[in-house]
Unconditional design. Structure first.
Length: 213
């Protein structure tokens, strides 16, 4: 039976997976994890949905994504450890790593260490940069590797489970997604406007002159 098309952004990356299969999962997850702005997480979700629908092997998807994630973050760690601030100052703006952001993130890593590496995968922006910043902050490689592997296992496990279940029930879920997609887009747009408003307000507050005491 023909499967219904995937909704939204998932449909945009589905052709990549259709053409490259497991190699797309390995390549995009790997290069996303050392700062390259590609849809690594999205391709993992689509691959899991495909696996749930019977188009891919879900165990292979999980193993490939886990290995690619760990290797990619270790490349990022090496970049941060051996390239350091010099590379970030020269090329960081291309992957949204400004010196100010890096300095703030380094302080956060020094204070919280392994906990940050573990949860970083679930946070957009930090997922792509956590290896680089951990290397720049001088975190022990063995400690980074352990927490990074734990984070990768949790991240891959969560998305493969969610995507696999969604893929197995795609015929049931897709009509519901179509029915409520407009409301979801409106809610996301409102949330985005709120976040932008908060960011602008915060910047204006920081820029405003402080009263003399």
């Amino acid at each position: 039976m023909t499967q219904p098309p995937l909704p939204g952004v998932l449909a945009d990356v589905a052709p990549i997976l259709d053409h490259w299969g497991y190699l797309a999962v390995a390549g995009l997850v790997f290069i996303e994890d050392f700062g390259v702005p590609v849809p690594g997480e999205t391709i993992l979700i689509v691959a899991a949905v495909y696996a749930g629908a019977g188009r891919l092997n879900i165990v292979l998807v999980a193993v490939i994504a886990f290995c690619a994630a760990v290797l990619g973050d270790n490349v990022g760690y090496a970049i941060g450890r051996f390239g350091g601030h010099r590379l970030v100052e020269r090329y960081g703006r291309y992957v949204l790593l400004t010196p100010a952001r890096v300095k703030k993130a380094e302080g956060f890593f020094i204070r919280h260490g392994g906990k940050v590496v573990t949860v970083a995968r679930f946070i957009e922006g930090l997922r792509q940069a956590n290896g680089i910043i951990a290397g720049m902050a001088g975190m022990s490689w063995r400690r980074f590797l352990a927490f990074n592997a734990l984070g990768a296992a949790l991240w891959v496990g969560a998305w493969v489970t969610f995507g696999g279940l969604a893929g197995a029930h795609l015929d049931t879920l897709y009509p519901a997604i179509q029915r409520y997609e407009l409301y979801l887009l409106i809610a996301m747009a409102v949330l985005l406007l709120i976040l932008i408003g908060r960011h602008v307000h915060r910047r204006r507050s920081d820029a405003a002159p402080q009263p003399d005491r």
